[in-house]
Design a protein around this ligand. Structure first.
Ligand SMILES: *Cc1c(COP(=O)(O)O)cnc(C)c1O
Length: 354
């Protein structure tokens, strides 16, 4: 599947596979033996290579470090019971990759290069794909500006890279979440819809403050008056209110999640009423009070389906139904896993086999 892209492969002489503890995989700390790298200059992508994972030399003046011309993607590869490996919906990430690039004045990467680079590095390190339940290989493609020039202007040169590493479950418990009514993640006209590095730097202080107050996650609200729900941490957020699946519609301020799209697609196929629209904080808290809020969860590649246990606003905490008793999120999580790990027929063509 990697025959059209000319990739120079340099294998490591010392694999770290045997010294890696697959029973203890904190998210994002373990990297496989190899990584993918390509360069952009003179208006084209070149030097496609797979090299041993490790440090790379860069000028300290690169624009990525000073002005944030940097963005990323996140997707996963799964091992099926028969040993086959698939990547989940990489075509969707390829499209979003280029949306992020466009917003940051960075070059697009052809979809074939995105998908083939991922397939090639996953293939090189396929023994790193965990076979344990709820485990996967996390894939982190990213692009950053490399001109050594301190001018606030788009760089002429860039690097595109892919790192991969085995991961276990991201959240291990039901989340206590806080509705953020002071800080904002993104504003109209901004770049919240891009997976731009800067969006995450700005989210750390509010997240840390929430953690100090005992919360696991934040629910971001609109920048104007904090009346409408946008996302939960770095995941999309969904609710089942009175039998309907409700989620904020995508816009400038919201990341168009692949998990979000996958969940909405399955719900519609199951005949569940789905509403993508503005979701007010008031209706969600009202639903939590009167019992019409039957389910609430974060949806994302890293988090998968992360159940919300309680929602707080301005010191008042509203408790939701025990996650084990929630019909929708349980069912959708089961189905998602069954598709990704190849336990049911992939009728949507979502699994890209490596
Ligand atoms: C990555 C991300 C998501 C989830 O997107 P997926 O494609 O489902 O992984 C949602 N919101 C934000 C802010 C994100 O960064």
């Amino acid at each position: 599947m990697t025959d059209t892209l000319d990739i120079k492969i340099t294998k490591t002489t010392h694999s770290r596979l045997n010294e890696t503890d697959f029973d203890n995989l904190p998210f994002g700390k373990t990297f496989s033996d190899h990584m993918f790298m390509a360069d952009y200059s003179d208006g084209e992508w070149k030097n496609f290579q797979i090299i041993p994972y490790g440090e790379i030399g860069l000028s300290p003046a690169i624009s990525a470090l000073h002005y944030g011309q940097a963005f990323f993607e996140g997707l996963k590869a799964y091992k099926h019971a028969d040993g086959q490996v698939s990547v989940f919906r990489p075509d969707k990430n390829a499209i979003r990759f280029n949306k992020s690039a466009g917003r940051l004045c960075m070059p697009e990467l052809p979809e074939e290069i995105f998908i083939q680079s991922i397939a090639a590095v996953v293939d090189a390190d396929r023994d790193w794909v965990p076979s344990k339940a709820n485990h996967a290989l996390y894939i982190r493609p990213f692009m950053f500006a490399t001109d050594p020039y301190l001018g606030v202007t788009p760089s002429a040169t860039y690097k595109y890279m892919v790192l991969i590493g085995p991961v276990g479950p991201y959240f291990s418990k039901t989340l206590r979440v806080k509705i953020e009514t002071h800080y904002t993640r993104a504003a109209e006209g901004g770049f919240g819809y891009a997976k731009a590095a800067g969006n995450y730097g700005g989210s750390m202080l509010p997240a840390r403050k929430a953690a100090e107050e005992g919360f696991d996650q934040l629910i971001w609200t609109d920048a104007k008056d904090h009346q409408y729900i946008e996302e939960m941490g770095a995941a999309n957020v969904m609710f089942v209110l009175d039998g309907k699946l409700i989620t904020p519609s995508t816009r400038d301020t919201i990341l168009d999640g692949v998990t979000r799209d996958t969940v909405l697609t399955l719900a519609r196929e199951w005949g569940m009423p789905v509403e993508e629209r503005r979701v007010s904080v008031a209706e969600i808290l009202e639903g939590a009070k009167n019992g019409k809020l039957q389910d609430a969860f974060g949806a994302g590649t890293a988090a998968t389906i992360a159940p919300v246990g309680s929602i707080s606003r301005d010191g008042e905490e509203y408790f939701l139904v025990d996650p084990k008793e929630r019909e929708f999120s349980q069912k959708v999580l089961r189905e998602l896993d069954a598709i990704k790990y190849g336990r049911v027929t992939d009728t949507h063509g979502w699994n890209y086999m490596v």
